[in-house]
Unconditional design. Sequence first.
Lengths: 492, 292
Amino acid sequence: MSQTVYAPPRPALPRRLAAGLRRPATPPHVWIFRRLTSMRTALTLLFMLGLLTLAGTLLAQVPDAVKGNHAAYAEWLNTVRPRYGGWTDILDKLGLFSVFSSLWFRGAVALLTASVIMCSVRRLPGLWRTATRPRMIMTEAFFERAPHRVRIASKKDPGAALAALGAAFRKNRFRIATERDGEDVHVCADRFRWAPFGRIAIHVSFIVILIGAVLTGTGGFRDESFAVPIGSRVNVGHGTGLAVEAKSFVDSYYPSGPPRNYASRLVLYKDGARVTAQDARVNHPARYDGITFYQSFFGPAVVMRASTGDGRVIFNQGVPLPYSSRDEKDVIGRFALPRQGLTAFVVSPASGETDPGIPTGETQLEVYRAGSNAPAGIRVLAPGRPAMIAGVDFTFVREGEFTGLIVAHDPGAIVVWIGSTLLVLGLFTVFFFPHRRVRAVIRRGAGGSEIAVGAIERRNAAFPAQFEHLVKDIRRAVSPGAKPEKGGTAHA
Amino acid sequence: MLDLSQYCVFAGIVAVALALICYVLAFASDRVARARTALAAESPGGETVTITLGDAPGGVAVFGTLTTWLALGFLSAALVFRSFATGHGPFANMYEFSIAFAWGALLVNGYFLRRYRQWAVGVIVLPLALALLLYSTTVSSEVEPLVPALQNNLLLTVHVATAMIAYGAFAVGFAAAFLYLAQSDDRRRLLPKRELLDDISYRATLVGFPFLTLTIVLGAVWADIAWGKYWSWDPKESASLVTWIVCCAYLHTRSARGWRGRRAALMLMLVFVATLFTFYGNLFFGGLHSYG
């Protein structure tokens, strides 16, 4: 229960006098240090992050693919305009459609990180002192007023009483330290004395996870649209020297319709040499050399062949068709012939759709010269029949399938896992193994010794029972055979 | 096996309802025997602190407590039978989530009932559990086959089970905080003392917070395996982060700023609102978690 203290109001000083007595201005670096180590600042930042995260949950967020593309962004903004009306532009200006990459969010995280580092550094010496060099000699007032206390008379002499007391503490898994003060022996008993360092671990873990997130954002690579036609080999790029060949792709469904499994059989090549063959399934990615291949999507593909006028084949592989036309009636893919300076787009009717311009079983080819927006030629190709465009013979060999992978190398993930482990271990240590400290003093008394035991453990309703249990063991150890005194233990 | 699970759910609903009726009767009648041990003494600071040790339920409340345990037993059996029938952890759709949430609330309530012997907290937890169980009867209980993204039995079971324990702990924290606000100036004889309620709500959060953290971390591990990214700012991820942040703020305001009592109770209300938002959020916001 809290105690209300009455404080008489201070007499107000005349304004001019008060101005004269004003404290000297605090230097800016001291002010910044004070603010950053203040719990009030940390809590304000925490609340701010909570509100921003809530905003990020409630408000529509710009998809990653749209970010950075001005026209696509404007188009996306128009799609959410009916929902937010006149607020759309205000929310946009405030950066609330991309909360988690906004200046507000990043600024709050950065300041909170600084605050966490400073608070942890400030607390460390105190925690170390408490764990390793506790105050050993306690005053009589402590044993008279400790919230949990007991006095026990023992017929044993102080030496034997100390041994018995130590045994009782150890039975309750307390570690004891002793110090003599004249004839008195002071005992400091601790259980889980290192547990408070879990707090430091928790705060450090926050920083470690952030470092991991930064590494994820800045290092490595992530290709979310890595499509490999079945039977073809595609280079991963990004300096990995890896290439992926998709041997097969399977999509299976439950009789009731929902998907059951998507799986690709992949063969990986490093600098042209086969290194491994693995299956990539949802929930079971293929991994090699720190690169992960996740099964992500699939779709139709066409196998195309291109040859120069003298019959030399310059392209012969599957072309995935992962994009859709605006009306979603066609699927589109592209491939490049860099030596010829040509880019070719392949358009086929989407599954179950018909396009009056492209007969079923045929495909349309649009070829562009580099730097030109006008096509060098557009032809509808039937399988096996070559057509010459821009001096190259293009042949639509057959229809096929592609498997879509996410290929990622994330150097931050391992750091995030280390931080997460630290966080979870720290939390469970702090909350489930709290530090307990009980003190005792053994004095020579009439007919043996007198033992006083005390602990300051406030506002923990479970502790009194633990203290009672400990005291019972101490009593049994220091005065065996004696009947427990009623009301011998006090809890305030 | 599925029928057996369904019967257990119905038995659980009846048991929760009965337990609730017993508790309400215990409140209504003044015949509840309450054994209170209050020990008071002067602390070094000169303030008087009273801690109530063990309020043993008596009379009709004993039946309430027994049926609460029975309900926990039935729901545990229901979840086990359903796991056997489906071949995976019973956490794949809203029907299973609701039963599991009610189970989590009863489990943590049971833990605190054993530790503090304060059945009154059940007066709030049981209606919550009952509401969740009744809600489960309104959604489809059909066993749908798992879509590829959910086909990870270990993570499905552990990730969601830890979430349910965390949610259950926050439900108990909310219940104690609610009673704290109802127990104005410790005059309501049948309610535990305010200090004890404050302590129960705090301890429940101390259970909930690490489990919520574990849920988020395990979720990140699973997301990394299934979606190729440990964090995608999916609405459910963000909502769980909001809950985590509010909870974190509660713990810091309490330990560093001394927020206890009324202000702490209000914070716990917020934690529970955030929990419900996390639980039901995917129904409204879609995202990667939009199963069930």
